[in-house]
Design a protein around this ligand. Structure first.
Ligand SMILES: Nc1ncnc2c1ncn2[C@@H]1O[C@H](COP(=O)(O)OP(=O)(O)OP(=O)(O)O)[C@@H](O)[C@H]1O
Length: 486
């Protein structure tokens, strides 16, 4: 498989294959529908291609659309006929000029009363969330490209950043070089790795994931290079995804560098070398340019870099992502309750330090609360918001909420407990009492083997399929590899 020539410079490296326009000068002001009573409209956009013109937003204009779809106005009775006017200033600040009508207009969750509110360029950079008539939420933001369809459908988002990530995934999938995925925790690195694998010529072979933060130094070598059982052996011609690659022990980093250089490795205890045919995809939340990471390995991994932007830098994606998590919940449970618009508005205004993963777990918990007939409270559901850590009483959590939190958090107990706002001991109790969650000791080895085979050796997906915590499954597999369990 050959890399497209245009992606690479003389040193066979690529910093950023997609040119990023400099500054706001090349940016178009855009309006994205964050929320609308007709869910199909969520994510539709209007892009102002003329720099100077005001944008008038009312019931009949402008027209919003998605690539390949029809364009339509907001068309809601509670959105006024006269316009909220958006005026772009020379410094790229934006003023909101209220309509004559008494329509309720909110900016970032606060009701506007003054005839004109001027937002600074920095506020516009962060994305403005505008509520209209208590029915529709819009995001005002910048776009440096026009919306476009993509075959990389699993990576959702309508922002310029999401379009860029999908373009990069498509481009790197066509090459055979190692890839490094960088981004904050929960920003979608593993999802991107899977999308790269799926879009590549290796998609019929397994992608084997190893989380270097949870593999102890003594077992890392066997887990990666073990004869027959190591990640490289199991992946064959597929892909090896090394999550948290920065946490790999030093000797393993040196081995990975040699593998990338020579395309072969020697399994521990073996006399002969094996060919390393799998493609390596690494991911990290940390900066790897520090002395503790093998810089020669970094240079090889940096051949292709995909940077996953934090969710707060692409606020206009929050609506489509929240809808995606609601639809997933609905598909699992047979229907999702409606969440109040004020709650959705809070979702759209929040900065999401835990990124898409945190958004997903908050949406799921809100749905569980709403299903139980209560109003979801943002301050309770989001730990640390408004300065108070969320603490949920375990007794208040339904079985579905516990299952949802584990599913949304890759079956990691620690993350699920955090998402639910309960302590780790309470989480253990909730799991023990849960009728569907199993302890690893309750599962027959043959069932574990069948699940491993069905999921290409990916322990995370196996844990989800077996409904057992992934830490315990990994411990069990490590023990088995070391010959402690049968
Ligand atoms: N663009 C997206 N579209 C749909 N779902 C997404 C997107 N980005 C992330 N997610 C979802 O958010 C969750 C977290 O994503 P993922 O596990 O890929 O993040 P990560 O960056 O690998 O996290 P970590 O660094 O903690 O391992 C997953 O459920 C994933 O499916």
């Amino acid at each position: 498989m050959q890399a497209p020539f245009s992606l690479l410079d003389a040193e066979n490296t690529l910093a950023s294959p997609v040119p990023v326009p400099a500054g706001r000068a090349t940016q178009m002001l855009a309006l994205t529908i964050l929320w609308h009573p007709d869910a199909r409209r969520i994510g539709e956009q209007y892009i102002a291609t003329a720099r100077s013109a005001d944008i008038d937003v009312n019931r009949f204009a402008p027209l919003f659309g998605a690539p390949g779809g029809r364009c339509a106005p907001l068309d809601q009775r509670r959105v006024a006929r006269d316009s909220l006017r958006l005026r772009r200033h020379r410094d790229d600040g934006v003023s909101l000029l209220l309509p004559q009508s008494r329509m309720r207009v909110e900016l970032n969750g606060a009701m506007l009363a003054a005839p004109e509110t001027r937002c600074t360029p920095e506020q516009v950079d962060a994305g403005l969330v505008i509520g209209l008539g208590g029915v529709v939420l819009l995001c005002v933001h910048w776009m440096d490209r026009l919306p476009q369809d993509s075959a990389i459908a699993s990576v959702r988002g309508v922002s310029a950043a999401a379009i860029r990530v999908r373009e990069l995934i498509r481009q790197v999938a066509a090459t055979d070089l190692p890839v490094l995925l960088l981004g904050e925790a929960g920003s979608g690195k593993e999802l991107a790795a899977r999308a790269i694998h799926q879009a590549s010529a290796r998609c019929r072979e397994p992608m084997v994931t190893v989380n270097m933060a949870t593999v102890g130094a003594s077992l890392a070598e066997a887990e990666l290079f073990g004869a027959g059982t190591g990640a490289f052996a199991q992946a064959g011609e597929g892909s090896v995804f090394l999550d948290k690659i920065g946490k790999a022990p030093q000797p393993v980093q040196a081995m990975l560098r040699r593998v990338l250089q020579t395309r072969e490795y020697r399994p521990p205890g073996a006399r002969t070398k094996e060919a390393a045919r799998a493609r390596l995809i690494g991911a990290s939340d940390d900066d790897l340019h520090d002395a503790s990471f093998n810089q020669a390995l970094l240079r090889r991994l940096e051949a292709l870099v995909v940077q996953l932007p934090p969710l707060r830098a692409r606020r206009c994606d929050i609506g489509v992502l929240a809808l995606h998590f609601m639809q997933a919940w609905s598909a699992r449970t047979g229907g999702a309750p409606e969440l109040p618009l004020a709650f959705i508005s809070q979702l759209c205004v929040y900065d999401w330090p835990g990124n898409v993963r945190q958004l997903g777990s908050v949406v799921q918990r809100a749905l569980s609360v709403a299903q139980a007939g209560e109003a979801p409270d943002f301050g309770t559901l989001v730990p640390g918001v408004a300065g108070r850590p969320a603490r949920t009483r375990p007794g208040k959590l339904g079985a579905q909420a516990v299952l949802d939190a584990l599913e949304a958090n890759g079956w990691l107990i620690r993350n699920a407990a955090l998402a639910l706002g309960v302590s780790r001991p309470s989480m253990y109790k909730l799991m023990e009492a849960h009728p569907a969650i199993r302890q690893i000791g309750q599962i027959a080895p043959a069932e574990i083997d069948a699940a491993l085979a069905a999921h290409g050796g990916d322990a995370g997906r196996c844990a989800a399929a077996l409904k057992t915590p992934s830490e315990a499954l990994r411990r069990y597999l490590r023990g088995r590899m070391a010959g402690k369990v049968s």
